[in-house]
Design a protein around this ligand. Sequence first.
Ligand code: NOJ
Length: 732
Amino acid sequence: MKLTEEQKKRIEELLSQMTLEEKIGQMNQESPSIVGGFDVPFEELIEMMTDGRISKEEFGRIMADAKQDYHEDDIRKGLVGSLMVQDPVKVNELQKIAIEESRLGIPIIFGLDVIHGFRSVYPIAIAEAGSFDTDLMERTAAMAAKESRAAGVAWHFAPMVDVARDARWGRVSEGPGEDPYLGSQFARAKIRGLQNDQSSPENYVAACLKHYVGYGACESGRDYNTVSMAMHVFYNNYLKPFEAAVDEGACTVMAAFNDLNGKPCTVNKFLLRDILKDSLGFPGFVVSDANAIRECIVHGACEDDMDAGIQAAQAGMDMDMGTEIYVKNLKEAVESGKLSMEVIDEAVRRILSVKMWLGLFDHPYVTEEAMKRYETLPVEHTDLAREAAEKSIVLLKNEGNILPLDKNAKISLVGSLADNKEEIIGAWAMSWQEKDCVTILDGMKEEFPNVRYFECGGPEGDLNMNEILAAGDYGDVIVAVLGELVSMSGEASSKADITIPGRQRELLEMLLTTGRPVVLVLMNGRPLALSWESQFVPAIVEGWHLGIQMGPAVAHVLSGAVNPEGRLSSSFPAMTGQCPVYYNHPNTGRPGSKSKFTSRYLDAPLGALYPFGYGLSYTTFEYSDLQVKETEDTVEACIKVKNTGDRSGKETVQFYMQDVAASLVRPVKEMKGFEKISLEAGEEKTVSFSLAKKDMGFYDNERTYRLEDGKFRIFIGKSSVDCLMQEIEVQF
Ligand code: NOJ
């Protein structure tokens, strides 16, 4: 976030002219509040929808008529620094008030949850990370930046880079999975995509890294729950993607809801000031999560609003999302000497710097031309959405090479999810994005002339026996699209049972008894426990929630027009009770094995059913001749990879290491690199990795980085469990 001397001067001049109220106003983020138009309080209305007293559609209708307060008076008084709005006309209207009617004319920064696309919706992050294609991750972010900036949204509350290892947590869908290395590559790619094209203010936005930090380790996968962990685990895993993204230039950060080892992140000076701002040198501003400052009182960390506001500001929380605690309390706190003016000035300087860097002072409005630019989605955007969706699909099982399907086969397409636009766009998507969605049914009709749809059942509700029988009668093959509704993953959607929900397993059993081969296409926002399905269903395709082009992408993979290349960014347990299950766990003195007194469950398999990095192709790859050598500054490794099948394909070659004996127990494997290669049938390539010795160390509990001589294992292979290995002695 580079500013010119001129820009820095402008910020200082502004600061010197601002009153204390105006400064605190910059630290305040509002969203439009619902102020009426219905008979019950807004909170109750939400509850009514959640418990089914009113339908989602009815809620939508009520909201459309509801009266909203956009805080115009406060904007005029300079008391609003940021707002969550997505309508460009409204953005311009409110911005005009800020620029022309407030005393100093400081522009508002409009922010929004643009998590995996704005106009065009891409795969959810857990899926896209599995493409192992950082160029793709960057391009989808860059496209989302352009689309949202054309609507006046200059700040994305993304990327979410929480390392997440417990599939019960609904928010695993929003982030890049269980691995800190892949997570860091994803984080860097997203920052580059969102922020780097500064050729025009219309091309970039401010990213917001979230949720800082440790949220993905919420106890038992229950959302918002407490987080306790050893500090070496924290530094070597959960902090890593944040560190990488700050290094890449991320200019805002959102603090997490949870406490870390007893202190809520929102008021955690150690995390916000000592680590983020002082040690990592983060130059931008930190925003709280929604209502989080007030929730510190419920946490039991603060006495009241005043105490929460002071603790948060002192800890380094620059902007308050949604509570108005700052605007209502910090003036008194400063005037009574409880909070120093330096804290306020620092926060405001950071906020104004981001606004200046975004070009908002000189280009505060959305032009008419920009507003119209994406009325119809340009074909490059749809193409990118399809490419991303295709690359994120993971083939989990393909017994007897049922897949790909013959184009002229009679296909019975089953499952309510197959004919649904809402469910393919994933958590955080908005209803207006549905108009560009192509369902699986529509995608299949384009690719297969003889497809027929039989709804039969879905994640909720009953099964339709007649349709099940008809599906069995018609198809040479049955494609069953089953899984989770969007509402079953994402925020506040933790689950204690992560098998396929509702009566869908029963549906699968019935489909299998028709005697037709069954292909299961999964739509879901988290790893599912697929023990039963993996035994009885011959082919399984992991389709996640893939965005607007999910339909064509799935159809292309099923027909073989696209050879699947996605890999799992998160391990899939066989059974829910194994959660959290992740490949890079530390060893125990009794690693799980067949013998009784080892670290295992009596009633579950050892390890994941489908591990991190796993994924099949319509061709096969063989690895041979692993060679490893030490140089002065690096460990060099190479391996031969051959396409032994009869069609071209893409392979993600994965590189891991293990520090065999160290002063703190290290993971059984840690990813250190990956490379995606294309191989024609029969082709062989040598793939090389160079691991800098400086990257082979780890942090101890005091955050001292340690490089310890000794034995290392180097692994290269096709997944976290399927590798060739060589040992090497390394001196640092
Ligand atoms: C709560 C969520 O935790 C966060 O991810 C989101 O950005 C904010 N609300 C704003 O909607």
